[in-house]
Design a protein around this ligand. Structure first.
Ligand code: NDP
Length: 255
């Protein structure tokens, strides 16, 4: 369907070499986009390169460095000639009792999850406004953008701030026809959550989730394509949970 087609679009997905980022990258590719991804791990970068249709579409990037972000956005523009969609997906978990949390660990979670998203949005928006065709920025938040996690205050604060970033960018970039929205994933099985998935807690999460299961790659794609496509041209500054109902349930944790 044309409304949801990403034909002729170029998308950049940070942290797109695995997990939710890879799922979004491949989903957008299937919807017609030419897709570039970033990652740091060489093995994961090699693996995703084999799945992407375009040559030279994987860029090494640490989102904590503004110089590196600027360089990669310029490299994507040089390689593909345009940039229409940015997915700020790169993220780390953090966690631990707050009274023992070090300043360095706190700063690192903020640097990747919040500042990295700001930096990528800043340089992507410059490229998008220069080409004058509008664009889409999708920030990956979390259920912990919405409620207080136990022993993950750094992660929760960073992901709540991602909502503030989303709203501010949406207002400021609307004049350039750039829509900015967030996706709030529920519990998805990825490298970040594999250990929890395999533990007793993983089973309790499954039972608490109204859908009765954890999220899989294909569950995130539809919302990503919607927010990247013309179908969402009048949707901006909002956040869409993709969580099997986890955010709205008051079902008690059994067992
Ligand atoms: P993964 O650990 O599989 O993916 C994280 C990605 O971020 C990797 O590609 C990693 O690249 C990249 N990354 C980490 N640090 C940096 C950095 N400093 N610079 C650039 N890239 C970096 O986890 P998920 O797929 O689960 O997470 C993706 C996003 O989804 C994150 O923002 C996470 O917070 C969010 N999320 C995940 C949920 C889940 O249940 N899985 C739930 C809610 C939100 P590399 O491996 O090469 O370092």
């Amino acid at each position: 369907m044309t409304l949801f087609s990403l034909a002729n679009k170029v998308a950049l997905v940070t942290g797109g070499n695995g997990g939710i980022g890879r799922a979004l990258a491949l989903g957008m590719q299937e919807a017609g986009a030419r897709v570039a991804v970033t990652g740091r791990n060489a093995d994961k970068n090699r693996a995703v390169a084999a799945e992407l249709a375009q040559e030279g579409a994987v860029f090494v990037l640490d989102v904590r460095s503004e110089a590196a972000v600027e360089e990669v956005i310029a490299a994507v523009m040089a390689r593909f000639g345009r940039l229409d969609i940015l997915v700020n997906n790169a993220g780390i978990g953090g966690g631990g009792p707050m009274m023992e949390m070090s300043r360095e660990d706190w700063d690192d979670v903020m640097a990747v999850n919040l500042t990295g998203s700001f930096l990528c949005a800043k340089h992507a928006a410059r490229a998008m406004t220069a080409q004058g065709r509008g664009g889409k920025i999708i920030n990956i938040g979390s259920m912990y953008s919405m409620f207080g996690p136990d022993s993950f205050v750094d992660y929760g604060a960073s992901k709540t701030a991602v909502l503030g970033l989303t709203r501010g960018l949406a207002v400021e970039l609307a004049q350039h026809n750039i829509q900015v929205n967030a996706i709030l994933p529920g519990w998805f099985v990825t490298d970040m959550t594999q250990e929890i998935y395999e533990s007793d807690l993983g089973e309790r999460i499954r039972r608490k989730t109204p859908a009765g299961r954890w999220g899989a790659d294909e569950d995130i794609v539809g919302t990503g394509v919607f927010l990247a496509s013309a179908a969402s041209d009048f949707v901006t500054g909002t956040a869409i949970p993709v969580d099997g109902g986890y955010l709205v349930t008051d079902r008690l944790m059994h067992g």
